[in-house]
Design a protein around this ligand. Sequence first.
Ligand code: HEM
Length: 493
Amino acid sequence: MIGSIIVALFVWSVFWWFKHYSHPKNFPPSPRVPWPLLGDILLLGENIVSGFHAMKCKYGDIFGLFLGPQRIVVICDFETLQEVMNRPEFTDRPLLFESQRPFRLDDGQIPGIAFSNGMNWVEQRRFTLHSLRDHGFGKTPMEEIIDGQVERLCQDLEKDNQMYQDVSTKFNIAIISALWKITTGQELAFDDEKAKSINGCLSNIDLVNGSPIGTLAFTMPILGIILDKLKFFDFEGAFSNIARLTKPIVKEHRDTFQPDHIRDFIDSYIEAQNDPSKGFSFSGNTGDMNLFGILEDFYAAGSSTISLTLTWCMLFLSNYPEMQEKIQQEVERVTTGNRLIEFSERSQTPFTEAFIHETQRCADIAPLALFRICMKDTHIKSYFIPKGTILISNLNAVMRNSKEFPDPWKFNPNRFIDDDGKFKPSLHVVPFGIGRRRCLGESLAKMELYKYITGVTQRFTIHRKTKSLNQESRMPKALTKPMTFYVKFVPRL
Ligand code: HEM
């Protein structure tokens, strides 16, 4: 009897495995025999990004695989990504463990923007883009806030100017302080416990790496949730912490709200909640959840991304002193040396712009963007894509494409300078993603990168201790980090 049950179970498992792990007809090229539960994960090796590079070489620009039990399609070329990532059926995000939040909407969806879907996402994203534009996204007040943070950062760097230091954490705190001011209207000292606490919990999130276990957790939510509860990643703890810190501030804003005096992003959100013409996602409890969701998105998506890019800038500035000098000269020519350069003057500093563009290409800090899910059976080119497939934008492949960028590993800002000496950005430099869910903070990020690089190089010359570090030494994290390096900020005046 027991023997028959074991045989029946065995036959059923083989049947299930065969049925579940076979791709449909006309599915993109993919490995043949995935492992039960693990899928093709063992083929990827230590790091998912290099694993995808090897698969691209073997299968081409569009390929499929199983990560755990999840069917995936990876797209590596710019043109296909532009077409596909703008299609409505590929707009939604899958519910993955890293989207876990302390709050959920009534229908179980994630509040906010980065992991929300459907009309909730449409309304919240549209409002946030407009609101940030009205309150200074790309306009002067936002620039004033950033100028203040640049000044405080420079003072902080000045204190330790005799020491070689790891700058990555310093930038984190400055960027968090700027976001705090934009969202809450309040100043946050660099040594404030709130700044340290947000920085601490976000660094925890960063522990998610490209290792097989991290990758598997992305596609097996149950495993991810268990690892999260065991504090292996602690996404939920990080988001709860941000909610805990912002809750009293939101309450205070509600108590002192004046419709004719909008002070910051939170006020602007409360104004929308009081406006009956705004959609369902602003009303009642749903609106409250969405406000916390957006604040969490801002801190999670808008701090490490910028501070890591700035850290890469420091690596390249110290690698290439002649480029550093060129940036200093450009800025001095425009400002005559005694004021911060304005963002609107950037066209007069083409090499500086090209340097930042090339840093974003080489740093490639979010190499696989955020995942999307296919909402109905459909086609990409002639390939059949079944509903429920996860789609990955391989931004790494786009930005390392040797046809578009000859000698792609070489750091060469001059590739973005035209014959007239002007900055000529490339559409194929896509650090902010492609399509309808492209980064919402792009304008803020571009302004911050420009202001911090010009502000810091105006005041200091950056020296590095170890000369041999190159950009290929990178940590296989979810966000790409250079290996730790130490620089000294030598005052110029
Ligand atoms: C150098 C800095 C940054 C980089 C490289 C970056 C990169 C990205 C990427 C690759 C995505 C995914 C796009 C996709 O799935 O197609 C994204 C989404 C997002 N980013 Fe950024 N980001 C940066 C800064 C910021 C900042 C400063 C904020 C806000 C304060 C922000 C907020 C968001 C949000 C809310 C989303 C989700 C958009 C949506 O799902 O509709 N990011 N970012």
